[in-house]
Unconditional design. Structure first.
Length: 333
């Protein structure tokens, strides 16, 4: 669906047209998949879909990945299409998968509790952080990389993630306004990087009418190659999500040496350990206080940077690959 239509009076009509057009296309795609895949995959020992593909290869070990349990835990934070699709995938995982991979122990607990799948069939494989996410120690190069965005090193608080209700960005913007009222010096900007998702219109409208609205910047989707500079230039990375299966931007920020403020729910504490300030994501004042405290405390920022480097090094794709091979062997045995 063309994104600008979501914020107009015809947004609902556009959604209905999309559902009408896409349903037969999706059904035809599933039928084609079921015809072609058995031949393409003939003789494979393991068929692992990195999302629940709803296809079982005969004679193979069938493994699927479930990244989070947002739909059963927070159904109101997802569109109807997403809820329907995810519920179909969950049923397939329950009935057809030999093994399920997930990306945090917290998500494994949610899968076991809500899908009633035995814990022995669910395996945790932590993601890793890409090598491009690292400190940029050349100040001139960093300033040059940020200039096209109209940003300066240290001049903003950063969030990275799709603009959607689950990310709790309405409260973050409100907390930013509260933070500005207690700061003794000019406040940094609030920069939100990420594509517009379902329900993003409310977030985009939230700063309207505030005297500081010009200091809230929505950059939209940016190329991955630009993200290391945006992380490195941030005074703080803030991630007040209501629920995460893991939270990869947390790793990316810590690997770049950015102090982190994050939610104290779901998998987030498991990811950041002691390398972040954790807050109740429903407590706007607590988010504001954490941001203001870190901005005012240079020693605290340095300590969080140091702890973040150490924490991020625990998550590598090499370690993930070794763990995944262990899962295949255990499930096949």
């Amino acid at each position: 669906r063309w994104k600008p239509l979501q914020r107009t009076a015809v947004g609902g009509a556009a959604e209905r047209v999309e559902r009408t057009v896409l349903w037969p296309w999706a059904a035809a795609s599933r039928a084609a998949m079921r015809r072609k895949l058995p031949g393409v995959l003939a003789g494979v020992d393991v068929f692992h879909s990195s999302d629940v593909l709803q296809f079982r290869q005969p004679g193979a070990l069938n493994v699927v990945t479930i990244y989070d349990m947002t739909v059963p835990l927070y159904p109101g934070l997802q569109s109807r299409d997403t809820r329907e699709l995810q519920c179909a995938k969950y049923r397939f995982a329950q009935e057809e998968a030999d093994a399920i991979v997930t990306i945090s122990a917290a998500t494994k607990r949610d899968i076991v509790a809500h899908l009633m799948i035995p814990a022995s069939r669910v395996h945790v494989v932590y993601p890793g952080v890409r090598p491009l996410f690292r400190p940029i120690n050349n100040g001139a190069a960093l300033a040059e990389a940020l200039a096209p965005f109209g940003l300066a090193p240290g001049g903003y608080v950063l969030h990275v993630g799709t603009l959607e209700p689950r990310k709790n960005l309405g409260r973050l913007i409100e907390a930013y306004g509260l933070m500005r009222t207690v700061m003794a010096r000019p406040a940094p900007k609030l920069v939100l990087v990420g594509a517009e998702g379902w329900g993003s219109a409310d977030v985009l409208r939230r700063p309207e009418g505030e005297e500081w609205a010009h200091d809230v910047r929505f950059l939209g989707h940016v190329p991955r190659s630009s993200l290391p500079a945006l992380y490195n230039g941030a005074a703080i990375f803030v991630y007040p999500s209501l629920y995460e299966g893991f939270g990869l931007p947390l790793l990316e920020a810590m690997a770049c040496g950015v102090p982190v403020v994050a939610s104290n729910v779901s998998a987030i504490p498991e990811v950041v350990g002691d390398a972040a300030v954790l807050v109740d994501p429903t407590d706007t004042e607590a988010i504001a206080e954490a941001l203001a405290t870190i901005l005012a405390d240079r020693e605290m920022r340095a300590r969080l940077r140091s702890l973040g480097f150490v924490r991020a090094r625990r998550f590598t794709w090499e370690r993930a690959a070794r763990r995944l091979l262990e899962v295949y062997g255990a499930a096949d045995g």
